[in-house]
Design a protein around this ligand. Sequence first.
Ligand SMILES: Cc1cc2nc3c(=O)[nH]c(=O)nc-3n(C[C@H](O)[C@H](O)[C@H](O)COP(=O)(O)OP(=O)(O)OC[C@H]3O[C@@H](n4cnc5c(N)ncnc54)[C@H](O)[C@@H]3O)c2cc1C
Length: 416
Amino acid sequence: MSNNTDVLIIGGGIMGISSAYCLADLGCDVTVVDLGRDELASSYGNAGLVCPSHSVPLAAPGVMGEGLKWMFDPESPFYIRPRIDLNLFRWLMKFRSFANQEHVDRAVPLLRDLHLASRGLFSEWSDQLEVDSHYERRGLFYVYDSDKGMQSGLHEADLMRKANIPSTVHLGSAAIRLVPELREGLAGVIHYPDDAHVDPARFVDGLAQHAVDKGVTLINEAEAVGFETKDAQIIKVRTTRGDFMPEQVVLASGAWTPELAAMLRLRAVIQPAKGYSITYARPVESFNVPMLLVESRVAVTPMGPNLRLAGTLEMVGMDLGINERRLNAINKGAARYLNGVDSLGHVETWRGLRPCTPDGLPLLGRSERLNNLVFAAGHAMIGLSLGPVTGQVVARLITGEEPGFDLSMTKPERFG
Ligand SMILES: Cc1cc2nc3c(=O)[nH]c(=O)nc-3n(C[C@H](O)[C@H](O)[C@H](O)COP(=O)(O)OP(=O)(O)OC[C@H]3O[C@@H](n4cnc5c(N)ncnc54)[C@H](O)[C@@H]3O)c2cc1C
């Protein structure tokens, strides 16, 4: 069976669905194929933070040293499984070369602009959905346990303020007046009032339904398994639900993108980084504003009737197994800062793979090797936040409009 469609999108996470939604709005005939196991998509159970305050890329000064320090602690928020893996080795070497201030200074304005545009779309689209995605703009509290942590938080807040991302600082007991759930004795809180949060699964599912209402064809349990190319064009995409002959193809397949790119003889330099979330029933009238418990690297997000804790970054390849010790470390990490989190009713445990590039910037743009291929992948820890704007950029690229952003730093084949 062969199917025709203007645009075939591979991957139905936030990137694929946002792209489909924007393309349908511009009158394109769009089909999305997805493996159909929602719970494995990174977009499903993440921390739900829409976070302009996270405009510093993952590759930043000091990150490498901190990572090495954590490597040997089984309860640390970061882990690389020791193994012989040339791709991982190359990725780490590249990461190290980008972890400097010059790279941060170049990346911050682009990330900030993308986050702010995306937050605007979250607000606009949430109003149009039939479901309540629990989108709220209440800001984000960065909570610091130690004076050393607080000092580095103040430094980052300064950097963000220079990029026009405002914040307020609340030290010692002033922090507890602001956030009553905090334990005594913490160093302080920095509040970024312009951040927002959402229930990611409700948002993506609601947007997918809205896209289908606009004419998008969404095919679940359809795995892309191969391609045919001719004259620098993809002419056929083979899937487990038939072949497609699209005019344009979008690779929005998250941590699975390197496998698909390899089928096209392209290299997508992405490493999967596993994280976990544990969702609990939220006590009435508390934990109303999301928090980042900085030294523990745990995010705490209210999502309607639920409260989600999320964290850890494990580089263990595509292994989706659940490591109970690291899961427990998330609970312990939260209890170190917060009263009342050890007796909440459990709702769901989840894990997902963040698609991480070595420079902390997504692969976003047209392929230089295949004329009808657009990449929308590799958004690492900020992919939910950047999802809607990525969809908008993809739709503009496909329809030949100006993308609206300088994409010279996000060229998909920039790593060679
Ligand atoms: C614990 C955790 C917390 C996080 N918290 C946040 C946060 O608070 N804020 C934030 O901005 N980001 C956060 N992130 C990151 C964010 O979740 C990701 O960056 C984002 O979801 C990536 O979206 P995606 O669409 O690229 O990938 P995915 O959501 O993973 O979607 C990719 C899709 O491609 C499909 N696919 C793969 N291969 C094929 C194939 N061959 N054929 C068909 N379909 C295929 C998969 O089934 C999947 O549905 C977090 C991540 C984790 C793990």
